[in-house]
Write a protein that binds this ligand. Structure first.
Ligand SMILES: Cc1cc2nc3c(=O)[nH]c(=O)nc-3n(C[C@H](O)[C@H](O)[C@H](O)COP(=O)(O)OP(=O)(O)OC[C@H]3O[C@@H](n4cnc5c(N)ncnc54)[C@H](O)[C@@H]3O)c2cc1C
Length: 325
């Protein structure tokens, strides 16, 4: 590992100015991706510009939606009760990302700017309609997260630009979300694939108690879906995103459209899983083969959607233990 200079700016403006004036410089947040690349000799920056001392990048703001600074650690997101309740998919991702030690230093901005197809926070941010607020030498701009990822390791960031924060709209109590990370083992592993879902439902007043009761039984997903169909539970809006099934994390937009306005049923969820699988372009890799990923998209799309519905129907996990979907 060669030597490099290390800078610790206190403001975004200072960081951008440094980046413009120093040759061979690179931003570093938690360093859990950058330092691996450095040790593998894949990069050799002459200077590192740390983003960790910039107060404006480390805030979580829950007024009028959600704003998460790019240098917020995964641990800080994991511990935020509001995010857990209202932006559950993001909590799911941070809870299962790396080890406790990694989560304590690694940041959401680093995860997104590194742009790995397996980045765990990418799919949750996509289904939560996140926009990246970007600061650069020419001023600030906003990019929809769906337009941010260009390919493996490639983003819409231009020269010297910094992601300041991720902004998400507010969601009402009829909206729930979930992220399911499919790994070979439970402890510290990158996903074979990941699926996130957000769903807004409407349920008739007289059906509410029956729906809550059915989620408390030990029953198969198909049986629960059949009973939800009998109760007329309707999907008003939906988002589905998939990771490690294409060169970048993607939305399953055809599957989302096919869900909107429909009564939930086993047949519908089967169809949605198939449509989502058709929108992916999985490949063979050391973690899993393409055919297996396609099969698992069908399974996990269904599971993520029903987990999101469960979170609307039974918002208080303290009373009802979480099911193993
Ligand atoms: C042991 C281990 C386990 C891991 N497990 C997982 C896992 O389960 N799931 C997962 O998704 N990842 C995992 N990772 C990868 C990594 O921890 C995450 O991607 C992490 O979120 C990166 O954040 P960071 O702050 O450390 O980024 P850094 O390494 O500091 O930066 C990553 C990249 O983003 C750029 N960057 C950082 N912040 C900004 C910004 N605000 N604006 C512009 N550019 C920026 C940097 O220049 C760099 O190119 C793991 C890594 C290790 C070492």
């Amino acid at each position: 590992m060669t030597g490099y200079e290390y800078y610790k700016p206190k403001t975004i403006e200072e960081a951008i100015k440094l980046m413009g004036s120093l040759e061979g410089a690179r931003y570093i947040a938690g360093g859990t991706d950058v330092m691996v690349l450095l040790r593998q000799k894949k990069i050799a920056p002459r200077c590192m510009i740390s983003l960790r001392n910039i107060a404006d990048l480390t805030r979580i703001d829950i007024k009028d939606g959600l704003r998460v600074g790019s240098a917020v650690t995964h641990s800080a997101i994991e511990e935020n009760e509001h995010i857990k309740k209202r932006y559950s998919a993001l909590n799911d991702a941070t809870t299962h990302l790396g080890s406790r030690q990694i989560r304590n230093v690694a940041t959401i901005g680093g995860n997104i700017c590194n742009a790995a197809p397996s980045a765990d926070t990418a799919c949750p941010l996509l289904v939560l309609d996140a926009r990246a607020i970007i600061a650069g030498p020419k001023g600030a701009r906003e990019v929809d997260l769906d337009d941010f990822f260009l390919g493996p390791g490639s983003t819409a960031l231009e020269k010297d630009e910094i992601v300041k924060e991720f902004v998400m709209p507010p969601f009402d109590e009829n909206t729930g979300s979930a992220y399911i990370k499919h790994t070979r083992r439970q402890a510290m592993d990158l996903p074979i694939l990941g699926v996130a879902a957000r769903i807004t439902i409407s349920v008739k007043d007289e059906s509410e108690v029956r729906c809550r009761d059915m989620f408390c039984t030990i029953d198969s997903i198909s049986n629960i879906l059949s009973r939800l169909k009998e109760e007329g539970l309707k999907c008003e809006d939906a988002r589905i995103a998939m990771g490690v099934v294409a060169p970048r994390p993607i939305r399953a937009k055809k599957a989302e459209a096919a869900l909107k306005g429909k009564i939930v049923s086993p047949e519908l969820f089967e169809e949605i899983g198939n449509i989502a699988a058709g929108e992916a372009q999985p490949r063979d890799s050391i973690r899993g083969e393409a055919w297996y990923r396609s099969e698992m998209i069908r399974v996990l799309t269904k599971r993520a959607l029903i987990k999101a519905i469960d979170r609307v129907i039974r918002p208080d996990e303290a009373i009802y233990p979480e099911r193993l979907w």
